[in-house]
Design a binder for this molecule. Sequence first.
Ligand SMILES: O=C(O)CCC(=O)C(=O)O
Ligand SMILES: [Fe+2]
Length: 334
Amino acid sequence: MENHRSRWFDVQSVPKSHIFSHEDRPGKEPVPVCRTIPIVDLGLQRLEMVRKIIEASREFGLFQVINHGMEESVIVEAIRVFKELFSMPAEEILKEANESGWVYMGSTSHGTKGGANLWRDNIKHPCHPLEECMKHWPRNPTRYREVIERYIVEIRRLSLRVLELISEGLGLEEGYLGGISQVQILTASNYPPCPDPSLTLGVLKHVDHSLITILAQGNARGLQVFKDGKWLGVEVVPNAFVVNIGSQLEIISNGKLRGAEHRVVTNQEVARTTIATFINPVPDCIIQPAEVLLTNSNPALYPPLSFREFVNANKAFGPHTDALQNGVISKISS
Ligand SMILES: O=C(O)CCC(=O)C(=O)O
Ligand SMILES: [Fe+2]
């Protein structure tokens, strides 16, 4: 039987709880789509790819990859499964989440800076090592584990490949970045249509606390990156992945690469469903500028800090930081 119960986003106007302050909200000024954010063809010659990736990571902290070898159906199916999951009644998702140790952040459950709630539903769970993590994944929709396993295996492969190209471009030894990317956290979001996108946000301005993040942004716009004091819209490229440089890679590169400051805005027309995978170090890993990059004239700009300390200091996952960092993740990765 179809579920006709109304949802938090079935409203004619934006409730007060979801209205951001003037300084955070997008407002009515249109943000143009930026056509110069590089789109890197992973079929190019290696040196050419490395050059493009490093350039993009310095300039925008973000680029897109195409011709990455992942079949379109794997991405489409994964997004479809999340659309199904988010259409389940919130209490049902929450009950499963509580029982299995992953995190569900419904739109009303994540108080954020400024007190307003984000215009999204979101779930997060770890994915690596896969066998161990899968036992804690959602059991509904029933094909969730099968579909997301296929997706995440490919994402791991892709992320190692991108990290290898970045290692090479920075002049780090082979495997340097791949070796510390032991944790994968999947975070999927559903941003429903919103009656007034000028007042709301899908995600506030932030830098991911990852090495890199690999994002499938579906087929709707919403992601924006902050550069030189301005917001730029990230184009939707069919079948592409957006790669964000996270704060941990900014530190390792001693600031040569920049963590992308980004946010998500909403739209009036369509629900936008995305899957971001954070590629992270294990909690005890000490993150610091790579020694080979340091010289007398280029001293370390960041102090060494374990990933755990960094995340805790920044409350990276809001009220769920401890659960994600010290509960599920450390149990699985130890
Ligand atoms: O959904 C998106 O487009 C991006 C989400 C994001 O930035 C995040 O979850 O950190
Ligand atoms: Fe992000």
